[in-house]
Design a protein around this ligand. Structure first.
Ligand code: FUB
Ligand code: ZN
Length: 642
């Protein structure tokens, strides 16, 4: 069984990710702090920290914001914790300590912590699990508490959340005097599992299991809960049990349905629990749900949740590019799920998906200046339609600064700052590298330094300094797009690796390691044309372009108006171009031979003359960088010349 790697063991030193981590530590975290304190002009009011002050009796006023506004503070604190590991900052830590003091003072005598109910409706606590997110907010604050404890050694927030967890345990469950209940938005299950890992207290794991196993036992639970209430609610339909995955028990579920963030948060906790308890039945359910997502419901960018209706998964193969949802949080949750699955089975499919989401549909959520964010991550945008036309209102063509429902920006913060945890694992005899990310890592068995030119070039070097004379294995995930025949692996300059060392997407190098060994991986990184299953109606006749893990897109600013009239040549002819300036500096751009179709009917809507085709060169940029050069069109899936 893996030992959960501590973030402190890893220092990311990477040409690609260090820059993003620095953006998050230096710009995004202070920016979000100002937003949470309502000190940033021109963005949506947050009031999230004031809510805690008011609940703590340190200020007067009304609660403001979403019923889950507390979770913005929790996710920010969690991100701060990781950021303090990435880049220690005594001032930031002091400010976070001060916010934790306020959070602690907002806790009620009995351990309850939630500013909405404390300020606004204390008599209605725990009465509306369907909509009111008390368990969701608790889960996020538990995650923050564990992260802050692990980063700083300070346990104040951990104690606060132990009291809240104990309060939850006292209230909910099967036993005598307990109330049956499940969260309307899964997340507390992840929080409880993390509390269990941090404290070793079985009761937290047991509670996570209770919430997971209780879901779907009575599909009418939320309907019955709603019937007991005679006070207002927010309009969710309790009968829509698929929305919050309460239509069946977790053991029976085999299709990813409903609200995508709820779903992947639940699957994450299921996979964690399955690994921890060696629960094969639960793991089998996780596998089914995983396969359903990646075989039928995931965008090429790692985006999930294809429809705005309920921010949900749609039916299989329904992956529209322009009315898409693909919430940033959902892709982040998919990475959480993948990482937990890796605990039970080291299969390259999980690391492949982590890579897909991380290099594409997650970081597309953030403007390159760190101050604007996408909630929805479209694969096609048409100004004038996107964000405006009926059915497209949710697909804004430019990143807004902040949101009334601000779940995604702080989720990005915690993801980018905790990246080191996703790149590595260690168990008794193996060190696992899941992602080609430049880093310095300290394991029990060895110190490892990785130099990586990824994602722009196929060259990665692992410098291993063993701390033991015992044999151990370095298992390196090799992304599935790399053909083994094109992969050259050398140890200390000698080619000695054969196909036999590859299994399930990992290269297994078992040996007695020296104090200064070097493993180098060199592989070609050709530009690839990718085709979607023809069941994905939107993408038939289209092609997407990838190089390495990076999905490319085409923007109007480079390619002129009406990019829907552009075709990529059947025979791929492509030149790589170094992005030299502005937001694209340092990126690999592509110039691709194509055609522009010119309509022959002037201003007429229809005509009977065949359009003209002229040769053009199309410029493709990394998808994650789209929308950084003003309002313009964008497409990932392009027509292909027939
Ligand atoms: O409900 C809390 C969060 O707000 C969800 O996870 C997001 O999808 C957004 O609806
Ligand atoms: Zn979100």
């Amino acid at each position: 069984m893996d030992r959960e790697i501590e973030l402190k063991q890893v220092k990311i030193k990477d040409g690609f990710w260090s820059q993003l981590q620095e953006l998050v530590t230096d710009v995004v975290i202070p920016f979000q702090e100002r937003v949470l304190n309502d000190e940033e002009p021109g963005v949506e009011k947050s009031h999230a920290i004031d809510n805690f002050r008011i609940a703590a009796g340190l200020a007067t006023g009304e609660f403001y914001g979403m019923v889950f506004q507390d979770s913005d503070v929790a996710k920010w604190l969690e991100g701060v914790a990781y950021s303090l590991v990435v880049k220690p900052d005594a001032d930031l830590e002091a400010r976070a300590d001060a916010i934790i003091d306020i959070v602690a003072r907002a806790q009620q005598e009995d351990g309850y912590l939630n500013t909405y109910f404390t300020i606004k409706e204390p008599e209605h606590r725990w009465q509306n699990l369907l909509e009111c997110h008390e368990l969701y907010c608790a889960g996020h604050m538990m995650e923050a508490a564990v992260a802050y404890y692990e980063a700083t050694g300070k346990d104040k927030l951990l104690h606060v959340m132990e009291r809240m967890a104990d309060h939850i345990i006292d209230r909910f469950g099967d036993g005598e005097g307990k109330v049956k209940g499940i969260p309307g938005h899964q997340e507390v299950e992840i929080g409880l599992m993390r509390m269990y890992h941090a404290t070793g207290k079985e009761k937290y794991k047991d509670m996570a299991r209770y919430f997971l196993e209780e879901r779907g036992k009575n599909p009418d639970f939320f309907k019955e809960e709603a019937a007991k209430r005679d006070w207002k609610h927010f309009g969710m339909i309790p009968e829509d049990t698929k929305y919050n995955q309460s239509h069946a028990t977790v053991y029976e579920q085999d299709e990813a349905v409903g609200h995508s963030v709820r779903a992947v948060y639940m699957y994450t906790a299921m996979a964690d629990l399955a690994a921890e308890d060696g629960d094969e039945q639960l793991l089998a359910a996780c596998r089914r749900l995983w396969n359903n997502i990646i075989q039928k419901k995931m965008y090429i960018t790692g985006g999930i949740g294809a429809t705005v209706a309920g921010e949900s998964f749609s039916v299989p193969y329904e992956l529209p590019n322009d009315t898409v949802y693909a919430e940033t949080c959902a892709s982040i949750g998919l990475v959480f799920f993948a990482k937990q699955m890796l605990k039970s089975e080291k299969s390259g499919v999980y690391a492949d998906v982590m890579e897909r989401a991380l290099y594409n549909g997650i970081i597309s959520g953030m403007q390159r200046d760190g101050k604007r964010f996408f909630y929805v991550n479209p694969l096609e945008v048409n100004p004038g339609t996107s964000g405006v036309a009926p059915g497209y209102e949710h697909v804004v063509p430019e990143r807004p600064g902040w949101y009334a429902c601000a779940c995604c920006p702080p989720n990005l913060v915690r993801m980018v700052t905790s990246l080191g945890k996703y790149a590595w694992d260690e168990d008794d005899d193996t060190i696992w590298s899941h992602l080609f990310i430049g880093s310095e890592v300290s394991f029990g068995k060895a110190d490892i330094r990785v130099e990586s030119s990824y994602p722009w070039e196929g060259r990665v070097a692992y410098h291993v300094a063993a701390k033991t004379e015992d044999v151990f294995t370095l298992a390196i995930h090799v992304p599935s797009y790399i053909h083994h025949a094109q992969l050259e692996v050398k140890i200390n300059g000698r080619v000695e690796i054969t196909d036999a060392a590859m299994k399930d997407g990992y290269l297994y190098l078992e040996r007695t390691w020296g104090s200064d060994d070097e493993v180098t991986l060199v592989f070609a990184m050709p530009v690839r044309k990718i085709y979607a299953n023809t069941k994905v109606r939107e993408d038939v006749g289209c092609v997407a372009i990838m190089r390495g893990p990076v999905v490319y897109c085409f923007e109007g600013v480079d390619n002129g108006e009406d990019i829907q009239a552009l075709f990529i040549d059947k025979e791929l002819s492509v030149q790589t171009v170094a992005g030299a300036e502005g937001v694209l500096a340092g990126m690999t751009l592509l110039d691709i031979a194509g055609k522009r179709l010119t309509y022959a009917g002037g201003d007429e809507l229809y005509c009977d003359h065949a359009p003209q085709m002229e040769d053009v060169t199309l410029r493709a940029i990394p998808y994650f960088a789209w929308g950084n050069r003003g309002l313009n069109q964008m497409r990932v899936w392009m027509h292909e010349e027939r």
